[in-house]
Design a protein around this ligand. Sequence first.
Ligand code: OAD
Length: 242
Amino acid sequence: MNIGLNPRRIFLLTGAGISAESGLSTFRDKDGLWEKYRIEDVASIEGYERDPVRVLEFYNLRRGKLADVEPNAAHYALARLQQEWQARGGDVTLVTQNIDDLHERAGATRVIHMHGELAKQRCHECGDVALAEGDLLLELGCGACGRLGTLRPHVVWFGEMPLEMDRIGESLLAADLFVSIGTSGAVYPAAGFVDEARRNGVATLELNLEPSENAALFSDARYGKASVVTPAWVEELLNGAA
Ligand code: OAD
């Protein structure tokens, strides 16, 4: 891959595919979460208003599952890239659509969770965000405002604005290389980042099991399991070969 000058600022976007080999379901693959659940039931404000208990249970199950899984080689490779690139004076922005904490558990820092975090809860009345200490239940009260039945998972639902978009926009504009890993390119605004990077004249690389919906927009691609292609690419980049 010819990325011209050694990129100083790398922008990484990850999706569910990077956590698949850790044992977390993706959304749109065969047996993915959206084959078993309807988005409008468990990932929309209307679904929550209709049946909050069902929505809380969906996320409680997913939060519980986090305790059974571990980061895989792809998460570790990106954490290593972040550390070593920064030690060389470069910068790595890591934006994930994932609500799991596997990047952090692999040692990554300053991870931007644009779709929120399973480990956190939010009060839909006062907006307070706090670590969820166990299952979220309707009868619990908000630690900040004391209201009952107002806690929801700190995740972005369809129709809601993803988090930290200003910070993401600034990093995208400053990037010298854009890399997308394990995402289908089906959900905006994240699916539009590659086009934005391209319009800024930045090299773009896709690492995925198979061509994503946006595959034609990338200047380069490597297909295979995230746990294989990601560490191989990081190794090459750190050795100056990618
Ligand atoms: P998807 O389920 O849409 O796509 C997962 C991608 O990962 C697919 O392109 C797979 O081919 C690829 N994949 C699967 N296994 C892989 C592996 N072992 N190695 C590499 N790639 C693999 O998941 P996302 O693109 O993350 O949003 O979905 C984006 C958003 O849609 C999610 O954040 C979620 C969902 O609805 C919200 O809930 C707001």
